[in-house]
Design a protein around this ligand. Structure first.
Ligand SMILES: Cc1ncc(COP(=O)(O)O)c(C=O)c1O
Length: 456
């Protein structure tokens, strides 16, 4: 049976009726990538309230690396339901929290003693990473990167780069946050080319100490090992080792934000492992909870202990159901070999996308790390002008033909793949087939100046 089954127009009548209720009851702020209301989901498939079935290449924005409701996670949640729900770790501690911390301490890179704090969301993990870094270093400032996304709370909006729709109108943000270029090689801030550039962007950190903020005032440099919302950009190998070594010289902590790139997404538990760098602190969230909300800060034990008793925590942080789900999901990654599967899916995507690039001049760049992969869409290969309009149309074509995808990028012109790693080969090929049809459809509908040539 084919996975994709469209029985009604998209959105169908039940989805349309629910959207009317949603518009009356919920503010417009939360965005929707699709106008489809879900009825149920399993593995890499979502069924909507009108009975249409879709392949899910978005995974709830990367939260479902182990798939929708895997039976093992489902059973662990049900077993926990029989015992207790909320207790609050700060009132009556429980084993699940400690077990998740032990597991993350063991999985995070670095053969040093580590500790883990559990919280509810990615943004909350970043907030806590800043608190912990300041408590340890007794310094105020934080350095972040262009095109970074770290969340929607006030501190994390200060860390986030993109102005619209995230920051505009919500100012002022907390201060002492400084920003430098990321290794976005396709659109290099310095107009240079790798490797002859000698990662000038990483060395710009030293320059920032002269022009932006004194190094002795900097608590941490925070970076996503692969930009998530910023467009799935994986820097060259030397980028992070250079940043880490400059941080070490100045007693600055290096924090890897692995909220989107972590938990098997790139073929390793943490994307920073590809760079042989051992961050002082790592934030994780999204797929950590196996579909339930859970986030973490994992780091060197002495740094994690810098905040005093009662200085960290929160009512719901590390709730028992999320911990049970996380332990089952982490187990599943190992048992089902999802690290290798992620690498394999990334390879398949790159092969197919590079073949598209020969036909469709609107594909400017094919990139990623393992199963965290993307295409960047442009007007034509020569100008590299971002093509957000085509990207939006491709995403629309996809969901109308049974494939859920999401976009990314500062210019809104990146199509990113966050498919559950449990997707079958047949399903994955089927989804890639829909993207290919979307490219063909949009290429004929959207004029471009130049026909297919290789761009790089
Ligand atoms: C790298 C990164 N950091 C932080 C966040 C914020 O996470 P949350 O939405 O759970 O607050 C996100 C969310 O997309 C993210 O991708």
């Amino acid at each position: 049976m084919k996975t994709i089954q469209i029985q009604t127009e998209i959105p169908g009548p039940k989805s349309r009726a629910l959207m009317q209720r949603r518009e009356a009851a919920v503010p417009r702020g939360p965005y929707h990538a699709t106008p489809i209301f879900a009825a149920r989901s399993e593995g890499a498939v979502i069924e909507d309230v009108d009975g249409n079935r879709y392949l899910d290449f978005a995974g709830g924005i990367g939260c479902l690396n182990t798939g929708h409701r895997p039976p093992e996670v489902d059973s662990a949640i049900r077993a926990q339901l029989e015992k207790y729900l909320h207790l609050c770790f700060s009132v009556t501690p429980y084993e699940g929290y400690v077990a998740v911390a032990e597991k993350l301490n063991a999985l995070a890179p670095g053969k040093f003693a580590k500790k883990t704090l559990l919280v509810n969301s990615g943004a909350e993990a970043l907030e806590n990473a800043v608190k912990i870094a300041r408590a340890y270093t007794k310094r105020p400032a934080v350095i972040v990167f262009n095109d970074a996304f770290h969340g929607r709370t006030m501190m994390t909006l200060a860390l986030t780069s993109k102005t619209h729709p995230y920051k505009s109108g919500f100012e002022p943000f907390p201060g002492d946050v400084y920003r430098i270029p990321y290794a976005y090689c396709y659109r290099c801030s310095y107009g240079l080319t790798y490797p002859s550039c000698k990662v000038a962007c990483a060395n710009a950190l030293e320059d920032a100490f002269k022009r932006l903020v004194a190094p002795e005032s900097v608590a941490a440099v925070i970076a996503e090992p692969v930009l998530g919302e910023g467009g799935f950009i994986a820097p060259p190998k030397e980028f992070f080792s250079t940043i880490e070594s400059i941080c070490r010289t100045h007693g600055i902590l290096f924090v890897a934000d692995e909220v989107q790139s972590g938990i098997a997404r790139t073929g390793k538990y943490f994307a920073i492992e590809h760079y042989d760098v051992e961050p002082d602190l790592i934030t994780s969230a999204k797929s950590l909870g196996g579909g339930l909300p859970l986030a973490a800060v994992t780091g060197r034990a002495e740094i994690m202990d810098a905040a005093g008793v009662g200085g960290l925590g929160g009512t719901f942080g590390g709730n028992p159901l999320s911990c049970a789900s996380a332990l089952a999901a982490l187990d599943l990654i190992e048992k089902q070999g999802l690290l290798a599967r992620s690498t394999q899916l990334g390879r398949k995507f790159a092969e197919r996308a590079k073949s598209w690039q020969k036909t469709f001049s609107m594909i400017g760049d094919v990139r990623g790390l393992g199963g965290m992969c993307a295409i960047e869409l442009v007007n034509d290969a020569a100008s590299r002008e971002p093509n957000a309009e085509a990207t939006k149309k491709i995403a629309e074509f996809c969901y109308q033909h049974g494939l859920i995808t999401i976009t990314a990028g500062t210019y809104g012109n990146v199509m990113r793949i966050l498919v559950p790693l449990v997707v079958t080969d047949e399903q994955f090929n089927e989804g890639l087939g829909v993207i290919e049809s979307a490219l063909a459809y949009v290429s004929s509908a959207v004029p471009h100046k130049q026909l297919a040539t290789s761009n790089v």
